[in-house]
Ligand binder design. Structure first.
Ligand code: ADP
Ligand code: ZN
Length: 526
């Protein structure tokens, strides 16, 4: 009897307890395991932290043959393999960063039937040498992890995953299980079609994470808003997401100067720096990781108490996945997203400029618009977010910012007209700050030099605060009446949306932005 088959034929429940030390399956895991045990193809949609791995690891052991797991990231594979080895499972990973002798050892173990579970990257799997070797080994299951990477509609499309469409041809009698945390209908259909599993059992778990308190605020005083959020969880771990590498570095430095244990993390770090950061993150010490989206897949610290976004994610899917890294232990955790009109306009601008094919841009655009709508919604955030994944929450969650502090709206038609006129009169090339300055009757050097203090719109918005006007700009951008152009963010009217407002043919209802609660002790320090 081969070593890899030592669990073959044992009851899954027993192996779960004996090998993994878990008392029982979570609901969907039991169904998924049962399907695969019966040799049926399966698609599992489960949020991050839901426990997807067990769904294929158990059948891999309990069925005869070796389990093959396709995974997109080397770091992710190495983590899984290390974890499994600690449990006494013979797991190995074949990928491009292996030393020659490591690869040779794996090949000999493969041939001798010693490997329980083999993790592999898609490009490695389909290289001819590897494929020839693998088709000769009986497989218990083929798991396609992060299966949404196969879909061009998905937010993390990886062209090399496309090649997996060849799997059924090479391994016709092996059950396939595809797993993902991206749940939308389109992605789901793409996965089923690409892996040619039209009759697959599709198991969808709820994406509701009741322990996450979602809150979304307009940017007012970024650093203070951030620190207020972090302060509630001083002794825990937090993740702060930024849109660029440079920004993570700046923010981490600024937090360290204020006495926070903060580290930057992004794709530009050396492998050694990355490893060191991950080690510290996993050690359990209080830590704030200021990261780009490079910090993500495979992060498994259960007690992350806060996730803060300083820049708006590109889609609800990305947003959900990132905030999902908070509270994996099930305890209450806070998430905060800060957003601004310029950010939205810039995101749209860069998308338009991008060299991606128009079909892809259309998808990305619809996701970006869904994200923008999510930030501006006046209803329950949790509900709006779940709605993006086709899940309807019967009741408002009761603990997001909009549930706790119902949003006031007001008739902002007059304010919108003032602002749009000011943009028009100043020539549609100045940024929000300048236009707001004109409305509020300021006499900055730029305003007087351009003669904008002589315009009829000068000073007509004196009675309102700068923050009020920023809110108006942002919401007019969100609804498409304004856009920005170029890197400097000059505001421009979108005529078809702006004209009816200017002419008084259309009413504009705006949300009254909450007065952002910041920690007053910090204001001295700025
Ligand atoms: P995902 O891949 O869906 O993000 P994982 O497979 O990494 O999730 O599992 C998330 C966490 O849940 C892990 O820490 C894992 O040990 C734990 N877990 C998974 N299944 C069970 C179970 N049946 N009982 C207890 N803990 C579990
Ligand atoms: Zn709510």
């Amino acid at each position: 009897r081969l070593e890899r088959d030592r669990f073959a034929g044992k009851p899954p429940q027993e192996v779960l307890q004996a090998v993994f030390g878990f008392p029982g399956f979570r609901s969907l895991q039991a169904q998924a395991v049962e399907c695969v045990m019966e040799g049926r193809d399966t698609l599992v949609l489960m949020p991050t932290g839901g426990g997807k791995s067990v769904c294929y690891q158990i059948p891999a052991l309990c069925r005869e043959g070796m389990g093959l797991v396709i995974s997109p990231l080397i770091a992710l594979m190495d983590d899984q393999v290390a974890g499994l080895r600690q449990l006494g499972i013979n797991a190995a990973a074949l990928h491009s960063e292996l030393e020659g002798d490591e690869a040779a050892k794996i090949r000999s173990d493969l041939a001798n039937g010693r490997i329980d579970l083999l993790y592999i990257s898609p490009e490695r799997l389909l290289s001819s040498g590897t494929l020839d070797r693998l088709v000769r080994i009986p497989l218990s299951v083929i798991a396609i992890d992060e299966a949404h990477c196969i879909s061009a509609w998905g937010h993390e499309f990886r062209p090399e995953y496309r090649a997996l469409t060849a799997l059924p041809r090479h391994f016709p009698h092996v059950p396939r299980i595809a797993l993902t945390a991206t749940a939308d209908e389109r992605t789901r259909e793409d996965i089923l079609a690409a892996l040619d599993m039209p009759h697959a059992e599709v198991l969808v778990s709820s994406f509701h994470r009741p322990n996450l308190n979602i809150s979304v605020q307009p940017k007012a005083s970024e650093t203070r808003q951030l620190i207020t959020a972090l302060e509630r969880h001083k002794d825990a771990a937090s993740i702060v997401y930024c849109g660029s590498r440079a920004r993570t570095e700046r923010m981490a430095t600024s937090l360290r100067e204020r006495g926070w244990p903060a580290l930057a993390y992004h794709a530009g770090l050396s492998p050694i720096e990355k490893r060191a950061a991950l080690l510290r993150f996993r050690s359990g010490e209080p830590l704030v990781i200021v990261a780009t989206i490079a910090f993500g897949m495979g992060i498994d610290r259960p007690d992350v108490r806060a996730v803060v976004h300083l820049d708006m994610p590109a889609s609800p899917e990305a947003y959900y996945q990132q905030i999902g890294r908070a509270g994996r232990d099930g305890l209450p955790s806070d998430t905060l997203l800060l957003y601004g009109g310029e950010d939205m306009a810039r995101a749209r601008y860069w998308l338009d400029q991008s060299a991606a094919p128009e079909s892809e841009k259309r998808i990305m655009r619809s996701r970006l618009e869904a994200m923008i709508a999510l930030t501006e919604t006046t209803g329950c955030r949790t509900r709006a977010l779940l709605h993006c994944f086709g899940e309807e929450l019967a009741e408002p969650c009761g603990h997001c910012d909009n549930c706790l502090h119902p949003v006031l709206t007001f008739n902002g038609t007059e304010a919108a007209r003032k602002l749009l006129s000011a943009v028009y009169r100043t020539g549609q090339c100045f940024g929000a700050l300048h236009v707001i300055g004109v409305l509020r009757g300021k006499t900055t050097e730029a305003i007087t030099r351009n003669g904008h203090d002589k315009l009829t719109v000068w000073g007509i918005g004196k009675d309102k605060s700068e923050q009020f006007w920023r809110g108006v700009v942002r919401q007019l951008i969100a609804r498409g009446a304004l856009r920005t152009e170029g890197q400097y963010g000059g505001l421009i009217l979108n005529q078809n949306v702006a004209r009816p407002i200017l002419r008084g043919e259309e009413e504009v209802h705006l949300r009254a932005d909450p007065v952002v609660e910041t920690n007053s002790r910090l204001s001295d320090r700025g």
